[in-house]
Design a protein around this ligand. Structure first.
Ligand SMILES: Cc1ncc(COP(=O)(O)O)c(C=O)c1O
Length: 404
């Protein structure tokens, strides 16, 4: 089977996949994913860099294994991210946790799983961590090597965010850590998701460094997360080369050797996936085409629920050069169930294939059972073959865990 990237005319391949696996269907192109991973690797040339994939965007274990095989670690927002990462085979020391609001048992679970790099979100979470850590060390693991960092809250850079610790609190945080024999060695900066303006990152470098230097034991910098992806294919693109060069240059000019962590989510995985769906209904409202498809924002919540845009390509059986304003509508009556609005598409027929592009990040991961539609299957295209990497759900999932 050919690679999706090289052959834009996909109709036959898509038809074959839909015949085998059913519709709707998430498909992932492993070649394209590897190309993106390599591109990011070569853009950030700083010697002491560790790449960690932010699996909040996509937790399919088969895809996580690709990151692992390419030498990346994992970035976890939640204990669930860690759980999936361990199942995918990441070594605990290659998983960095930078989440929010764990309770006592979850904090303990993270330590029990062997996670040793934690970027904490508040002084209160630090206090809880120190309490759990002390008991943990006493009971079983003396000499544990922990890398402890703080997520940065600095409104000039991080906006009006609930996340992070303000530099005014750093001194108190260092005292709390020292009481249990630990040091705060890391600063974690997260700019906010989907930022295509490269300067929003490069112009922050100096300020972030100056803030990090307020930590007396500063050893590592985690710079996010948040890098954009050009969903509009002629739109602004995040400039990885420029970003990597600027960051490398600034780090090399420091008089202390700093370890760098980069944890892209969306930028790494968005572009390798497509959601295939079939036309099930067509009507015209004056000269506007209203196309009903067999998927829903429950299967792909991003576009209409979060105001995002995903390019939509149609594969009409009847060829025509005329394009019409078209709404691509989901298979529920939910008022926001649009996969795309005012798309320019040819006149379509029942069973025509529609491809929704760039759905690798926050696609399946944000799908839900809202609207009570089971989730699609996921298929991986790799080395000229395709294979199922997640089964299609049936209606029984809607009853799972219900006590009747
Ligand atoms: C700390 C952190 N890092 C990385 C990510 C991934 O972000 P993105 O997909 O924008 O790269 C997130 C997303 O929530 C995050 O909270």
């Amino acid at each position: 089977m050919e690679s999706l990237v090289k052959y834009p005319c996909r109709n036959t391949l898509f038809q074959e996949l839909l015949d085998i696996y059913g519709s709707p269907l998430y498909i992932y192109d492993a070649d394209k994913l590897r190309q993106t991973i390599n591109f990011i690797n070569t853009s950030v040339r700083y010697k002491n860099t560790q790449f960690r994939f932010a699996s909040v965007t996509n937790g399919n274990v088969s895809l996580l294994k690709i990151f692992q095989n390419c030498g990346w670690g994992l970035h976890a927002n939640t204990p669930g991210d860690i759980y999936l990462g361990l199942k995918a085979g990441f070594a605990p020391e290659n998983i960095v946790y930078s989440g929010s609001n764990l309770n006592h048992d979850e904090m303990l679970q993270v330590l029990e799983w062997g996670i040793r790099t934690l970027n904490l979100d508040s002084v209160s979470q630090l206090e809880l961590f120190c309490e759990v850590y002390s008991l943990f060390v006493e009971s079983q693991s003396p000499g544990l090597r922990i890398k402890l960092g703080l997520r940065l809250n600095y409104p000039d850079l991080t906006g009006d965010s609930r996340i992070g610790v303000h530099p005014d609190e750093f001194a108190r945080a260092c005292i709390i850590a020292r009481q249990v024999g630990l040091k705060i060695t890391g600063l974690h900066f997260y700019r906010g998701t989907g930022t295509n303006a490269t300067t929003a990152f490069t112009e922050a470098i100096e300020t972030v460094f100056n803030i990090a230097k307020q930590l007396p034991d500063w050893e590592y910098l985690d710079f996010g997360g948040g890098f954009g992806y050009p969903y509009r294919h002629n739109g602004v693109e995040f400039d990885w080369e420029f970003f990597g060069t600027e960051l490398t240059h600034s780090l090399e000019n420091l008089d202390i050797p700093i370890e760098l962590v980069i944890e892209p989510g969306r930028a790494a995985i968005a572009g390798c996936a497509t959601l295939l769906t079939k036309v099930v209904s067509i009507k015209w409202q004056k000269d506007k085409q209203i196309v009903g498809v067999d998927t829903t924002v429950g299967n792909l919540s991003v576009p209409s629920v979060h105001g995002g845009y995903r390019e939509i390509i149609a594969y009409p059986t009847t060829s025509t050069s005329n394009l019409y304003f078209t709404d691509v509508c989901g298979n529920t009556t939910y008022s926001r169930d649009y996969l795309g609005r005012n798309c320019h598409l040819p006149a379509l027929s029942i069973n025509d294939i529609i491809a929704i592009l760039d759905v690798g990040a926050y696609g399946y991961a944000m799908s839900s059972h809202f609207l009570h539609r089971p989730r699609p299957a996921e298929v991986l295209l790799e080395n000229g073959k395709h294979r199922l990497i997640r089964k299609r759900e049936d209606y029984s999932v809607l009853l799972a865990n219900q006590v009747i």
